[in-house]
Design a protein around this ligand. Structure first.
Ligand SMILES: C[S@@+](CC[C@H](N)C(=O)[O-])C[C@H]1O[C@@H](n2cnc3c(N)ncnc32)[C@H](O)[C@@H]1O
Length: 210
């Protein structure tokens, strides 16, 4: 990355200030070895929920709840279904949502692997799906996300550029290869799509309206 680009990226990341709740959740994620959504990415997620007036969202990768709280802040009537394999992470997220004053009825935390849980969710039922679990499982998660999204719904893949690795053709690790293929595939398939180099990269695609 040129130093100009690095400076731009750092500037964008520094513009979002987080309150004590989010800062505490970020520290809890850190203690668990979980990379929480960056502040600038969180702010964009919140804005996307708000502007799209999403009512129903699904998240793969609850972590300690950082991205979930940003989503929930975007619309006071949003309900969030969030999936993670780690019960300790979900315990932190549940506490965070309670401390933030989120009514329990607005969240459904499901412990399990995305490949087992997503197939149980109904077709064409959700306004937004955020995929932020394992990079190698992201292609399968995206297929399920496209099935459960309603027409005109929004698919978001976090960490889609794995920081800079996806953009570097010399990098051939399995997770890098999986995400490189996924980014290309989603951008080709969806006329309403974009890759945003914020945080570790955010891939956005709107499903076709009917
Ligand atoms: C990058 S962290 C998510 C961070 C979270 N979205 C945030 O911003 O705070 C990835 C999370 O996905 C979970 N995970 C990884 N693979 C998964 C899978 N296949 N199904 C469900 N959860 C998974 C991990 O346990 C971890 O908590």
């Amino acid at each position: 990355m040129s130093s100009d680009k690095a400076q731009l990226w750092a500037f964008a990341e520094e513009q979002t200030t987080e309150d004590e709740l989010l800062a505490g959740a970020r520290a809890a994620a850190d203690d668990l070895g979980i990379a929480a959504t960056s502040p600038a990415t969180g702010a964009l997620l919140r804005l996307l929920v708000s502007t799209s007036r999403a009512q129903t969202a699904v998240e793969v990768g609850t972590g300690a709840g950082v991205s979930g709280l940003y989503l929930l802040q975007g619309n006071p009537t949003l309900t969030l279904t969030t999936i993670d394999v780690e019960s300790e992470a979900q315990r932190c997220a549940r506490e965070l949502f309670a401390r933030a004053g989120i009514r329990a009825s607005r969240t459904r935390l499901i412990k399990g692997r995305s490949a087992d849980i997503l197939p149980r969710l109904a077709d064409r039922s959700y306004d937004m799906v955020l995929v932020d679990g394992s990079a190698e499982e992201a292609p399968g998660d995206v297929e399920e996300a496209l099935r459960i999204l309603r027409p005109g719904g929004l698919l978001i893949v976090a960490r889609a550029l794995l920081d800079g690795r996806v953009a570097d053709p010399a990098r051939r690790e399995p997770d890098t290869v999986a995400l490189r293929g996924l980014v290309r595939d989603v951008l080709e398939r969806s006329p309403m799509s974009s890759i945003v180099p914020i945080g570790a990269g955010l891939l956005l695609a709107q499903t076709r309206s009917e």
